[in-house]
Design a protein around this ligand. Structure first.
Ligand code: HAM
Length: 411
């Protein structure tokens, strides 16, 4: 029979990789909790128009990368390529703005983009992300960036931080016009993608990696020349707060991001250790998006990090709890062994009741293969064997067994 393989760009995550996945996500969740973010669990499927109106019709994501399908009711749907659009939709649809104050939400889960798979780039990948709604203070920008830095620090991941400001909506529009004029004169030099971007998304030409395009934008007008006083001041404040928090950064004037909704602050955390796909986390402000999607005028900002990219950079996992395996020496002791395993688990011990049948010796071997640090032999008495030293101690009942495991630091 021919074997069915997983779909290109999709992955099975198991064993140590699954542990890494959990470690990354749990670390982020812990930090989100400390910053008082609440979780939001979002659908995987949204109407295509949501992403067209937020991420942007001319972006690579919408043009080339979305998994789009029609459901049986004829709806035009997409597997979500990112989380922000859904959070904004949910924020508006559920009237979360009416709660007063401001909202801080986080999410985690799978995203789908039909990109060319390579190390650190998959067609199904996972993000952890957070969004803040209803705050225009640059304090929020600084805190958000600091929070991402804290997640990376806790994972022991080094990544440099690049920041930029795109200015408010109006200055960005003025700049885009000027840039378009400039690029029009150099259209011949641009790659096919950028020729297409030129009309409707010229900002993206700025961060194209193709040599000809890099040359063409060499003397392009700078966004910084078009910023309003307010945008400039806001950016200064963000930098001042980051300095105060001890967060290092470099300003990269050509950082424009691949999604259309950004205004003012944008940022990326980049690692040089994982090849071309080095951006591990990215985000920024999107003060116009809530309104654009039909909600009240609400400033907002957020970030997302790629879990798989972070996993590539995690070297050490926290030590897992030692495994204690329980083996009844004969079938007659199965019932007692069930009780012993239950009692150990109730004390928080990672316990394996060896389920396989066979000789005592073969079950011992199984316990070894499963990585047991200790084995408890169950008969009329209980015996605890240390699998590393081979030493064996006898105890009368579960209570004294638990006492002994406490002494050994298992509990
Ligand atoms: P993004 O830059 O498109 O932003 O994606 C954020 C992160 O997701 C990237 O930096 C990368 O680590 C990871 N990522 C993206 N595509 C892939 C892929 N194909 N394979 C593996 N990892 C990937 C956003 O998605 C915005 N929603 C971020 C945001 C939130 N901005 C404001 N709020």
């Amino acid at each position: 029979m021919s074997q069915i393989k997983k779909v290109r760009g999709f992955q099975d995550i198991y064993g140590r990789e699954a542990e890494k996945y959990r470690f990354v996500v749990d670390t982020a969740r812990d930090i989100f909790g400390r910053y008082n973010f609440q979780e939001i669990i979002l659908p995987f499927v949204e109407e295509v128009s949501l992403f067209e109106r937020s991420v942007g019709e001319e972006t690579d994501i919408v043009q080339k990368e979305m998994y789009v399908f029609e459901d049986r009711g004829g709806r035009k749907l997409a597997l979500r390529p990112e989380g922000t659009a859904s959070v904004v939709r949910a924020y508006i649809e559920n009237g979360l703005y009416a709660k007063g104050g401001y909202q801080k939400l986080f999410y985690e889960g799978a995203m789908f983009r039909y990109e060319r798979p390579q190390a650190g780039r998959y067609r199904q990948f996972h993000q952890i992300g957070a969004e803040i709604f209803g705050v225009s203070s640059p304090l929020a920008d600084a805190e958000l960036i600091k929070m991402v830095r804290e997640i990376l620090d806790r994972l022991n991941i080094e990544a440099r931080l690049e920041i930029n400001t795109l200015g408010d909506f109006e200055s960005r529009k003025r700049y885009t016009e000027k840039l378009k004029e400039y690029l029009k004169d150099r259209e011949e030099q641009l790659c096919e993608d950028c020729k297409r971007r030129l009309e409707r998304n010229p900002l993206r030409v700025l961060d194209c990696k193709v040599e000809g395009c890099k040359e063409a934008v060499g003397n392009a007008p700078l966004l910084s020349q078009f910023l309003s006083e307010e945008s400039k001041e806001r950016f200064e404040k963000v930098k001042e707060y980051l300095d105060a928090l001890g967060v290092d950064y470099t300003v990269n004037p050509s950082l424009v991001r691949g999604l259309d909704y950004y205004t003012d602050t944008v940022f990326e955390f980049v690692s040089d250790k994982i090849g071309a796909q080095g951006t591990v986390a990215a985000g920024g402000r999107y003060d116009n998006l809530v309104k654009e999607l039909g909600g009240p005028d609400t400033p907002a900002l957020g970030f997302a990090a790629g879990v798989e990219r972070l996993m590539l950079l995690v070297e050490k996992l926290p030590e897992e709890k030692p495994l204690v395996s329980v083996i009844p020496v004969k079938e007659d002791y199965n019932l007692k062994a069930l009780g012993t395993a239950r009692d150990l688990r109730s004390k928080g011990v990672r316990t394996e009741l060896i389920l396989k049948e066979g000789s005592l010796k073969s079950r011992m071997k199984t316990a070894g293969k499963m990585g047991s640090k200790f084995v408890v032999f169950v008969s009329d008495r209980l015996e605890l064997k240390d699998m590393e030293t081979g030493s064996q101690e006898e105890v009368g009942n579960t209570e004294s067994l638990i006492g002994l495991l406490e002494e050994k630091g298992v509990i």
